[in-house]
Design a protein around this ligand. Sequence first.
Ligand code: S3P
Length: 452
Amino acid sequence: MPLSISCRSFAIVMSEFQPAAWIAASPSRPLRGEIRVPGDKSISHRAIMLAALADGISHVRGFLEGEDTRASVRIFQQLGVRIDTPGDGERIVHGVGIDGLSAPAAALDCGNSGTAMRLLAGLLAAQPFACQLIGDESLSRRPMRRVTEPLAQMGADIRSAEDGRPPLVISPVGRLQGIAYPSPVASAQVKSALLLAGLQAEGETCVREPHPTRDYTERMLQAFGVNIEYRPGFARLRGGQRLAPCDIDVPRDFSSAAFALVAATLVPASDISLHDIGIDPRRTGLLQLLQMMGADIELQNRRQTALGEVASLRVRHAPLNGIEVPMTLVPDMIDEFPVCFAAAACARGTTRIRGAAELRVKESDRIRAMAEGLCALGIAVDETPDGADIHGGLPVGGEVQSLGDHRIAMSFAVLAQCARQPVRIADTANVATSYPGFVAQMQRLGFALQGM
Ligand code: S3P
């Protein structure tokens, strides 16, 4: 399939792109109230993918109505899967079986979503048709070799653009071979891509990780009837298994809850509750870190669900102290570093982050984006290749750039609640990828935040 298709689609995406900005008046009044943040992004993607491959109908509730997860829905519709939307946050997926997908007529647009592109690379590498995975400007800069190289070892034929970047052009190759792969990166996306390819491969596929990552793919494959062996840092399955349909209740996303969590910690006299949040230990490193820094966070109504433990988080204001972030926590809070920078900016003393070079290849270079924004707001930051020293203080007002990165935009909206003067946050449109309704929900808690 010619690469020019991706360029044409990309031009359309760019021409439709609406820059947006927020203005945060400050200081914020105390944050009060109770909210339910949107559904978990990682689980929502996987629910659509596995349900599409199942033999029969699966009902997904609590689905994240974000641009990223909707891109996954559109892609499976292009692959011939009927997906109905009976209501907000609900999908009924008419699974076609692991051998029932059909060749798409156009390129598959993953938008801003690294999870969609990397998992789909594995899932589609074994299919008997060609296809092309494309993404927006940010996704087109992100490294894909971490999945294409092990998939090539399994026999896949995936071509990429320069430096292993998207678009990815996948050609059919017949049966893949299972692989025993010691992954050099702690990445749930890499592990998941290989397991989804392994499910369709000859023999056994086994992935070992340098640090355990979120195990949603493993848990969910099991819920869909796949025989899989897994424990922290290890997963193994045999190819040739079929998936049975399964109804999924998606817990609410800790990564989205993290913004209100940090804001209520920082703004004096705040007291909020965040309900039904997934508190899987592989996701909640930030919770531990904030508690070590002095935060007052209580876990209430803890209960087990098929997709791990959920709880309500009650958060009251507490002053924070700077800290050396334990390296062992880094993978468990990988998506929360932008808001961790915001917390550190208001903490007493210096917060030292190391071992987080992965942040440079997320939706933006998150170390650079946060360091530049904090400096613009008068907070001193010493950047290093794999982290930063953030010297806590009192942020002034000013203008910061989100670089089209949802989590950067939301983290500055949090920090702005503590700034002495108004903060303008540019380029916020991509917040819709993971947290539709962010501004309205934060306003309800008492954020001084307006769209412009
Ligand atoms: C994700 C895994 C993580 C995370 C991303 C979602 C997933 O990425 O940062 O937001 O759903 O598997 P890596 O696998 O690159 O660590």
